[in-house]
Design a protein around this ligand. Structure first.
Ligand code: EPZ
Length: 419
């Protein structure tokens, strides 16, 4: 297992090319199961989660080729059982259920376990499949869905914590080949859902309303192959904006979608940074002193839960009182105890992290836990005095393409050590 060592206190300067979105690439790769024709997906990030998805597609019988950021998938014949030994490694593998149900009218996938950010139920996914005419059976740690045929339905995906992103993806992928019209109410509005809908429409689906809370799908008989470039990763982009904010200096990110970053850039402007640019190029630098902030994570277009940990790292040294409330995954605070080991003054009150700004952070050995919490520890290490050592960096490699290399090119004193 590798570890990352950072010597803090060095401002960052330069430009980072943002990779394709992990959370868009994963469902889009799953959607290639919906046709026998070859599909070509571009700007696919080189991440372990993507590697796992390609393994699952191959186990399901698809021919998979990868040449740098371009992946070709041809699923002429598919099996309907996703192998446990791979599925257990990645929750997002649940999004093969929808396309397998849509195409084969049956699918068996091992249930995603919980994870450090909290319980990961799929009741809303299953509610959608049942509304389309599928029988659902949970047995022996697997979920099996089976339907003699699929028919259109009106489905609400409203849950206790708002809607569901992968649930919206799954129901959309099952409905594209159903007989008749499906209306998804309370659909997720994330850009990654829109990207999937755009890909499905290139394959011949008839989907309207993606990006709004009501998506309408007219079922078609079959889908054909298509080519598609994945949208930029807004969470990687946001992580580098906060890297520039926390370390000081001037960081530019390119090939990004400003509209996907609005909630984050608004938060950064509010706590004392200049963030601006044009034509997909965004620059951040300090614009006065760091200010405290109170924010709450929300479904898109609100402040993203996947940027919550990174903001806690930034606000740890904002003078005064800040707070971050997590409304999507109320337990998503694994980073707090590690930030406190670096000197942060943060107390948890239910799903709210109450942050009292400290003058500085000090480097320490810390433990990565989940993808975004690990990124937050890297960000804190950029600022902290002295050496920060982050163990279990495989969490980072799940969702960030060469994070340490990209930060090093900006001037961070960061190295990856094999242990
Ligand atoms: C997607 O997960 C993302 N993952 C997550 O990013 C992201 O944090 C999350 O959406 C929210 O934006 C991928 O796209 C691969 P949800 P997903 O279903 O779809 C509850 C990262 O760091 N819920 O939108 O699995 C659930 O418990 C990852 O890149 C139900 O109650 O999340 C949560 O509280 C982490 N029943 C809330 O809804 C269900 O059937 C939102 O979950 C499904 C979800």
């Amino acid at each position: 297992m590798d570890k990352i060592i950072i010597h803090g206190g060095h401002p960052l300067t330069g430009t980072v090319k943002i990779s394709g979105s992990k959370n868009s690439a994963l469902p889009i790769l799953a959607a290639t199961l919906l046709t026998k024709d070859p599909c070509v997906i571009q700007r696919v990030p080189d991440l372990s989660d993507v590697h796992y998805m390609l393994q699952i597609l191959a186990h399901l019988g698809a021919e998979v080729e990868r040449a740098s950021g371009v992946v070709t998938v041809k699923a002429e014949e598919v099996k309907s059982v996703a192998p446990y030994e791979i599925v257990r490694k990645m929750r997002a593998s649940i999004c093969v259920l929808g396309p397998l149900l849509g195409r084969e009218k049956e699918a068996t996938v091992s249930l995603p376990g919980g994870c450090v950010i909290g319980d990961r139920p799929i009741d809303l996914h299953l509610r959608g499949f049942e509304a389309l005419g599928a029988a659902v059976r949970v047995h022996g740690g697997n979920v099996k869905v089976l339907a003699p045929s699929l028919h259109g339905a009106t489905i609400s995906l409203k849950g206790k914590f708002g809607t569901t992103v992968l649930g919206t993806d799954n129901v959309m992928m099952a409905a594209v080949l159903a007989d008749g019209t499906t209306i998804i109410e309370d659909a997720a509005r994330e850009p990654e859902v829109v990207d999937l809908a755009n890909f499905l429409n290139k394959m011949g689906a008839q989907i309207t309303g993606a990006g709004s809370s009501q998506i309408v799908i007219e079922g078609v008989k079959e889908l054909h192959g298509a080519e598609h470039e994945v949208i930029p990763d807004r969470i990687e982009a946001g992580t580098f904006l906060i890297a520039g904010a926390i370390a000081g200096g001037k960081v530019t990110i390119n090939r990004v979608r400003f509209d996907h970053l609005a909630a984050l850039t608004d938060a950064l402007l509010a706590c004392g940074f200049y963030v601006g640019g044009a034509n997909g190029v965004l620059t951040i630098h300090a614009n006065g002193s760091l200010k405290s902030l109170h924010l709450k994570t929300q479904p898109y277009p609100g402040f993203p839960t996947d940027m919550q940990a990174q903001m806690c790292a930034l606000l740890a040294t904002a003078p005064g009182e800040s707070s971050v409330t997590e409304s999507i995954f109320p337990q998503r605070f694994m980073h707090i105890s590690e930030l406190k080991r670096m000197g942060a003054a943060i107390e948890l009150d239910g799903a709210t992290a109450k942050i009292r700004g400290v003058d500085s952070l000090s480097g320490a050995p810390v433990m990565a836990s989940d993808l975004r919490a690990s990124a937050a520890l890297v960000l804190a290490g950029l600022l902290a005095e002295g050496k920060t050592e982050i163990n279990r960096v495989y969490h980072i490699d799940r969702g960030y393409e060469m994070l340490d290399d990209k930060l090093g090119e900006l001037g961070a004193h960061i190295e990856r050590v094999k242990v």
